[in-house]
Design a protein around this ligand. Sequence first.
Ligand SMILES: Cc1ncc(C[n+]2csc(CCOP(=O)(O)OP(=O)(O)O)c2C)c(N)n1
Ligand SMILES: [Mg+2]
Length: 326
Amino acid sequence: MTDQTLTREQLSALYRTMLRIRRFEETVADVVENREISTPCHFCIGQEAPPTGVCAALNDDDSIWGAHRSHGHYLAKGGDMRALMAEIFCRSTGCSKGRGGSMHVCAPEVGVMGTVPIVAATIPIAVGAALAEKLRGRSRVSVSFFGDGATEEGHFHESLNLACVNQLPVIFVCENNLYSSHMGIFERRRKDNIPDSGTAHGLPTLSVDGNNIGLVYASAVNAVERARAGDGPTLIEYRTFRWRGHVGPSWDEDVGVKRKDEIREWLERDPIKHCERRLQTLGVEQSEFDGVAADVVAEVQDALKFARQSPKPSASEVLQHVYRAA
Ligand SMILES: Cc1ncc(C[n+]2csc(CCOP(=O)(O)OP(=O)(O)O)c2C)c(N)n1
Ligand SMILES: [Mg+2]
Protein backbone atom coordinates (compact mmCIF):
# COMPACT_ATOMS: atom_id res chain seq x y z
CA MET A 1 0.00 0.00 0.00
CA THR A 2 1.23 3.48 -0.78
CA ASP A 3 0.27 7.01 0.21
CA GLN A 4 1.85 8.57 -2.87
CA THR A 5 -1.35 8.69 -4.90
CA LEU A 6 -3.06 11.53 -3.03
CA THR A 7 -3.36 14.82 -4.89
CA ARG A 8 -2.29 18.08 -3.31
CA GLU A 9 -6.00 19.04 -2.90
CA GLN A 10 -6.90 15.75 -1.20
CA LEU A 11 -3.96 15.96 1.18
CA SER A 12 -4.69 19.64 1.94
CA ALA A 13 -8.26 18.73 2.89
CA LEU A 14 -7.03 15.97 5.22
CA TYR A 15 -4.50 18.40 6.74
CA ARG A 16 -7.24 20.94 7.44
CA THR A 17 -9.42 18.33 9.17
CA MET A 18 -6.56 17.15 11.40
CA LEU A 19 -5.75 20.75 12.33
CA ARG A 20 -9.43 21.45 13.13
CA ILE A 21 -9.46 18.48 15.52
CA ARG A 22 -6.13 19.48 17.13
CA ARG A 23 -7.05 23.15 17.69
CA PHE A 24 -10.57 22.30 18.84
CA GLU A 25 -9.28 19.88 21.46
CA GLU A 26 -6.42 22.15 22.60
CA THR A 27 -8.99 24.88 23.19
CA VAL A 28 -11.28 22.54 25.13
CA ALA A 29 -8.28 21.34 27.14
CA ASP A 30 -7.50 24.95 28.13
CA VAL A 31 -11.10 25.56 29.15
CA VAL A 32 -11.09 22.43 31.33
CA GLU A 33 -7.73 23.36 32.82
CA ASN A 34 -9.01 26.84 33.69
CA ARG A 35 -12.02 25.18 35.39
CA GLU A 36 -14.57 26.99 33.29
CA ILE A 37 -16.17 23.57 32.73
CA SER A 38 -15.67 20.27 34.53
CA THR A 39 -16.84 17.83 31.82
CA PRO A 40 -14.55 14.77 31.71
CA CYS A 41 -12.84 14.93 28.29
CA HIS A 42 -10.73 12.23 26.65
CA PHE A 43 -8.57 13.97 24.06
CA CYS A 44 -7.29 12.43 20.83
CA ILE A 45 -4.49 14.98 20.41
CA GLY A 46 -1.71 13.08 18.59
CA GLN A 47 -4.21 10.55 17.18
CA GLU A 48 -5.92 12.79 14.61
CA ALA A 49 -5.03 10.76 11.51
CA PRO A 50 -7.28 7.67 11.94
CA PRO A 51 -10.56 9.58 12.40
CA THR A 52 -9.59 11.98 9.60
CA GLY A 53 -8.45 9.42 7.05
CA VAL A 54 -11.21 6.88 7.69
CA CYS A 55 -14.06 9.41 7.65
CA ALA A 56 -12.70 10.95 4.43
CA ALA A 57 -13.23 7.57 2.77
CA LEU A 58 -16.94 7.53 3.76
CA ASN A 59 -20.14 9.13 2.47
CA ASP A 60 -22.50 11.16 4.66
CA ASP A 61 -24.97 8.27 4.85
CA ASP A 62 -22.37 5.75 6.00
CA SER A 63 -22.53 5.43 9.78
CA ILE A 64 -19.82 5.64 12.42
CA TRP A 65 -19.90 4.49 16.02
CA GLY A 66 -17.46 5.48 18.73
CA ALA A 67 -16.48 5.41 22.36
CA HIS A 68 -15.27 7.89 24.97
CA ARG A 69 -12.53 9.52 22.80
CA SER A 70 -14.70 10.66 19.90
CA HIS A 71 -14.45 14.43 19.32
CA GLY A 72 -12.20 13.73 16.32
CA HIS A 73 -14.58 11.23 14.72
CA TYR A 74 -17.51 13.62 15.10
CA LEU A 75 -15.63 16.51 13.47
CA ALA A 76 -14.04 14.40 10.74
CA LYS A 77 -17.42 12.93 9.71
CA GLY A 78 -18.80 16.45 9.28
CA GLY A 79 -20.49 17.11 12.63
CA ASP A 80 -21.12 20.77 13.44
CA MET A 81 -18.32 22.23 15.58
CA ARG A 82 -20.55 24.69 17.41
CA ALA A 83 -22.90 21.88 18.49
CA LEU A 84 -19.97 19.78 19.74
CA MET A 85 -18.51 22.65 21.76
CA ALA A 86 -21.95 23.41 23.19
CA GLU A 87 -22.39 19.75 24.14
CA ILE A 88 -19.08 19.75 25.99
CA PHE A 89 -20.36 22.85 27.81
CA CYS A 90 -23.60 20.86 28.53
CA ARG A 91 -25.76 23.54 26.83
CA SER A 92 -29.16 22.93 25.28
CA THR A 93 -27.78 23.84 21.84
CA GLY A 94 -25.38 20.90 22.06
CA CYS A 95 -25.53 17.97 19.67
CA SER A 96 -27.09 15.83 22.46
CA LYS A 97 -29.06 18.78 23.86
CA GLY A 98 -26.64 19.13 26.75
CA ARG A 99 -27.48 15.71 28.20
CA GLY A 100 -24.43 13.85 26.94
CA GLY A 101 -21.29 15.92 27.43
CA SER A 102 -18.03 14.96 25.75
CA MET A 103 -18.63 11.20 25.71
CA HIS A 104 -22.13 10.96 24.20
CA VAL A 105 -22.06 12.82 20.92
CA CYS A 106 -24.08 12.35 17.77
CA ALA A 107 -24.81 14.00 14.43
CA PRO A 108 -27.13 11.55 12.65
CA GLU A 109 -27.53 13.94 9.71
CA VAL A 110 -23.93 13.11 8.74
CA GLY A 111 -23.83 9.54 10.05
CA VAL A 112 -22.38 10.07 13.54
CA MET A 113 -24.87 7.68 15.10
CA GLY A 114 -23.57 7.58 18.63
CA THR A 115 -20.65 7.33 20.99
CA VAL A 116 -20.75 5.45 24.29
CA PRO A 117 -18.05 5.35 26.98
CA ILE A 118 -18.77 1.77 28.01
CA VAL A 119 -15.70 0.16 26.47
CA ALA A 120 -16.59 -1.94 23.37
CA ALA A 121 -20.31 -1.13 23.71
CA THR A 122 -20.80 0.21 20.21
CA ILE A 123 -18.89 -2.53 18.36
CA PRO A 124 -21.91 -4.88 18.19
CA ILE A 125 -24.20 -1.95 17.39
CA ALA A 126 -22.08 -1.11 14.33
CA VAL A 127 -22.44 -4.76 13.28
CA GLY A 128 -26.21 -4.47 13.73
CA ALA A 129 -26.25 -1.36 11.55
CA ALA A 130 -24.32 -3.23 8.85
CA LEU A 131 -26.74 -6.16 9.08
CA ALA A 132 -29.67 -3.74 8.63
CA GLU A 133 -28.04 -2.26 5.53
CA LYS A 134 -27.45 -5.69 4.06
CA LEU A 135 -31.05 -6.79 4.74
CA ARG A 136 -32.32 -3.58 3.10
CA GLY A 137 -30.15 -4.26 0.08
CA ARG A 138 -28.31 -0.94 0.41
CA SER A 139 -24.60 -0.35 0.02
CA ARG A 140 -24.00 1.81 3.08
CA VAL A 141 -21.05 0.95 5.25
CA SER A 142 -20.77 1.17 9.03
CA VAL A 143 -17.53 1.82 10.89
CA SER A 144 -16.78 0.92 14.47
CA PHE A 145 -14.01 2.95 16.13
CA PHE A 146 -12.54 1.55 19.36
CA GLY A 147 -9.30 1.41 21.29
CA ASP A 148 -6.85 -1.41 21.96
CA GLY A 149 -8.43 -1.91 25.40
CA ALA A 150 -11.75 -2.76 23.77
CA THR A 151 -10.22 -5.77 22.02
CA GLU A 152 -10.00 -7.43 25.45
CA GLU A 153 -13.80 -7.44 25.75
CA GLY A 154 -15.95 -10.37 24.61
CA HIS A 155 -18.12 -8.01 22.54
CA PHE A 156 -15.20 -7.46 20.18
CA HIS A 157 -14.71 -11.15 19.38
CA GLU A 158 -18.42 -11.93 19.09
CA SER A 159 -18.85 -8.98 16.73
CA LEU A 160 -15.96 -9.98 14.49
CA ASN A 161 -17.30 -13.50 14.21
CA LEU A 162 -20.89 -12.48 13.45
CA ALA A 163 -19.79 -9.90 10.89
CA CYS A 164 -17.52 -12.38 9.15
CA VAL A 165 -20.04 -15.25 9.11
CA ASN A 166 -22.60 -12.92 7.50
CA GLN A 167 -20.09 -10.97 5.36
CA LEU A 168 -21.43 -7.65 6.66
CA PRO A 169 -20.37 -4.22 5.37
CA VAL A 170 -18.63 -3.12 8.55
CA ILE A 171 -15.09 -1.90 9.18
CA PHE A 172 -13.54 -2.47 12.58
CA VAL A 173 -11.07 0.33 13.29
CA CYS A 174 -8.81 -0.27 16.27
CA GLU A 175 -6.92 2.86 17.28
CA ASN A 176 -4.11 1.15 19.12
CA ASN A 177 -2.50 3.85 21.25
CA LEU A 178 -0.73 1.16 23.30
CA TYR A 179 -2.54 2.10 26.52
CA SER A 180 -5.86 1.30 28.12
CA SER A 181 -6.20 4.02 30.73
CA HIS A 182 -2.83 3.89 32.56
CA MET A 183 -2.01 0.27 31.63
CA GLY A 184 0.42 -0.42 28.80
CA ILE A 185 -0.31 -3.14 26.29
CA PHE A 186 2.25 -5.59 27.70
CA GLU A 187 0.68 -5.42 31.16
CA ARG A 188 -2.57 -6.64 29.61
CA ARG A 189 -1.62 -9.04 26.84
CA ARG A 190 0.98 -11.70 26.40
CA LYS A 191 1.59 -10.54 22.83
CA ASP A 192 1.19 -7.33 20.85
CA ASN A 193 -1.00 -9.14 18.31
CA ILE A 194 -4.41 -7.50 17.93
CA PRO A 195 -4.55 -8.20 14.15
CA ASP A 196 -4.33 -11.94 14.90
CA SER A 197 -7.84 -11.71 16.34
CA GLY A 198 -9.14 -10.75 12.92
CA THR A 199 -7.26 -13.59 11.27
CA ALA A 200 -8.65 -16.05 13.82
CA HIS A 201 -12.21 -15.01 12.99
CA GLY A 202 -11.57 -15.10 9.24
CA LEU A 203 -11.37 -11.37 8.47
CA PRO A 204 -8.90 -9.62 6.22
CA THR A 205 -6.73 -7.72 8.67
CA LEU A 206 -4.01 -5.15 8.45
CA SER A 207 -1.80 -3.09 10.71
CA VAL A 208 -1.03 0.44 9.52
CA ASP A 209 1.03 3.41 10.72
CA GLY A 210 -1.78 5.45 12.26
CA ASN A 211 0.23 8.69 12.18
CA ASN A 212 0.66 8.65 8.40
CA ILE A 213 -2.51 10.19 7.00
CA GLY A 214 -1.86 8.97 3.47
CA LEU A 215 -1.58 5.35 4.59
CA VAL A 216 -4.61 5.68 6.84
CA TYR A 217 -6.70 7.05 3.99
CA ALA A 218 -5.52 4.47 1.44
CA SER A 219 -6.22 1.55 3.79
CA ALA A 220 -9.68 2.90 4.61
CA VAL A 221 -10.56 3.35 0.93
CA ASN A 222 -9.68 -0.31 0.27
CA ALA A 223 -11.79 -1.53 3.19
CA VAL A 224 -14.75 0.65 2.15
CA GLU A 225 -14.55 -0.65 -1.43
CA ARG A 226 -14.59 -4.24 -0.19
CA ALA A 227 -17.54 -3.60 2.11
CA ARG A 228 -19.59 -1.84 -0.60
CA ALA A 229 -18.86 -4.61 -3.08
CA GLY A 230 -20.35 -7.18 -0.68
CA ASP A 231 -16.97 -8.67 0.21
CA GLY A 232 -17.51 -8.30 3.95
CA PRO A 233 -15.75 -6.79 6.94
CA THR A 234 -12.14 -5.73 7.52
CA LEU A 235 -10.20 -5.19 10.73
CA ILE A 236 -7.63 -2.40 10.62
CA GLU A 237 -5.23 -1.66 13.45
CA TYR A 238 -3.84 1.88 13.37
CA ARG A 239 -0.76 2.25 15.55
CA THR A 240 -0.77 5.66 17.22
CA PHE A 241 -0.32 7.42 20.57
CA ARG A 242 -2.21 9.97 22.64
CA TRP A 243 -0.23 12.92 23.94
CA ARG A 244 -2.43 13.83 26.88
CA GLY A 245 -3.45 11.71 29.85
CA HIS A 246 -6.20 9.14 29.55
CA VAL A 247 -8.75 11.74 30.64
CA GLY A 248 -8.31 15.47 31.08
CA PRO A 249 -5.87 18.03 29.76
CA SER A 250 -2.64 17.01 31.56
CA TRP A 251 0.31 16.06 29.41
CA ASP A 252 1.02 12.36 29.31
CA GLU A 253 -0.01 11.51 32.87
CA ASP A 254 -2.55 9.08 34.27
CA VAL A 255 -2.94 8.36 37.95
CA GLY A 256 0.72 9.21 38.42
CA VAL A 257 1.96 7.13 35.48
CA LYS A 258 4.16 8.99 33.04
CA ARG A 259 5.47 7.63 29.76
CA LYS A 260 8.28 10.11 29.13
CA ASP A 261 10.51 8.01 26.91
CA GLU A 262 7.70 6.83 24.68
CA ILE A 263 6.15 10.23 24.22
CA ARG A 264 9.43 11.77 23.06
CA GLU A 265 9.48 9.35 20.13
CA TRP A 266 5.79 9.89 19.34
CA LEU A 267 6.03 13.68 19.44
CA GLU A 268 8.52 13.40 16.61
CA ARG A 269 5.94 11.36 14.70
CA ASP A 270 3.31 14.12 14.91
CA PRO A 271 0.75 13.26 12.19
CA ILE A 272 0.12 16.92 11.38
CA LYS A 273 3.80 17.79 10.97
CA HIS A 274 4.24 14.67 8.85
CA CYS A 275 1.42 15.81 6.57
CA GLU A 276 2.83 19.34 6.47
CA ARG A 277 6.16 18.02 5.20
CA ARG A 278 4.41 16.01 2.47
CA LEU A 279 2.48 19.09 1.39
CA GLN A 280 5.68 21.12 1.24
CA THR A 281 7.12 18.58 -1.17
CA LEU A 282 3.97 19.08 -3.28
CA GLY A 283 4.68 22.82 -3.43
CA VAL A 284 2.44 24.21 -0.69
CA GLU A 285 3.80 27.57 0.51
CA GLN A 286 3.91 28.88 4.07
CA SER A 287 1.24 31.47 3.27
CA GLU A 288 -1.22 28.66 2.52
CA PHE A 289 -0.50 26.96 5.87
CA ASP A 290 -0.94 30.33 7.61
CA GLY A 291 -4.30 30.79 5.91
CA VAL A 292 -5.57 27.39 7.04
CA ALA A 293 -4.32 28.04 10.58
CA ALA A 294 -6.14 31.38 10.71
CA ASP A 295 -9.40 29.85 9.41
CA VAL A 296 -9.25 27.07 11.96
CA VAL A 297 -8.57 29.39 14.90
CA ALA A 298 -11.50 31.59 13.84
CA GLU A 299 -13.83 28.59 13.56
CA VAL A 300 -12.86 27.27 17.00
CA GLN A 301 -13.21 30.71 18.62
CA ASP A 302 -16.64 31.09 17.04
CA ALA A 303 -17.69 27.70 18.44
CA LEU A 304 -16.39 28.66 21.88
CA LYS A 305 -18.32 31.93 21.84
CA PHE A 306 -21.47 30.09 20.71
CA ALA A 307 -21.17 27.56 23.56
CA ARG A 308 -20.54 30.22 26.19
CA GLN A 309 -23.59 32.21 25.07
CA SER A 310 -25.92 29.20 24.84
CA PRO A 311 -28.45 28.46 27.59
CA LYS A 312 -28.24 25.47 29.91
CA PRO A 313 -31.19 23.06 29.83
CA SER A 314 -33.72 24.31 32.37
CA ALA A 315 -34.46 22.14 35.40
CA SER A 316 -38.05 21.61 34.26
CA GLU A 317 -36.86 20.15 30.91
CA VAL A 318 -34.04 18.03 32.17
CA LEU A 319 -35.87 14.70 31.76
CA GLN A 320 -36.84 15.47 28.15
CA HIS A 321 -34.90 13.59 25.46
CA VAL A 322 -33.86 11.02 28.05
CA TYR A 323 -35.01 7.42 27.70
CA ARG A 324 -36.13 5.63 30.84
CA ALA A 325 -37.86 2.32 31.45
CA ALA A 326 -41.61 2.72 32.02
C1 LIG B 1 -16.78 -2.04 30.14
C2 LIG B 1 -15.89 -0.96 30.71
N1 LIG B 1 -14.82 -1.30 31.45
C3 LIG B 1 -14.01 -0.34 31.96
C4 LIG B 1 -14.27 0.99 31.71
C5 LIG B 1 -13.33 2.08 32.25
N2 LIG B 1 -12.54 2.59 31.11
C6 LIG B 1 -12.93 3.72 30.46
S1 LIG B 1 -11.92 4.09 29.19
C7 LIG B 1 -10.94 2.76 29.51
C8 LIG B 1 -9.72 2.48 28.68
C9 LIG B 1 -10.05 2.08 27.29
O1 LIG B 1 -8.86 1.92 26.57
P1 LIG B 1 -8.89 1.80 25.03
O2 LIG B 1 -10.02 0.95 24.59
O3 LIG B 1 -7.53 1.39 24.59
O4 LIG B 1 -9.22 3.30 24.54
P2 LIG B 1 -8.33 4.61 24.71
O5 LIG B 1 -8.77 5.23 26.01
O6 LIG B 1 -6.91 4.24 24.72
O7 LIG B 1 -8.70 5.47 23.57
C10 LIG B 1 -11.40 2.05 30.59
C11 LIG B 1 -10.78 0.82 31.13
C12 LIG B 1 -15.42 1.31 30.95
N3 LIG B 1 -15.74 2.57 30.66
N4 LIG B 1 -16.19 0.32 30.44
MG1 LIG C 1 -5.92 2.57 24.03
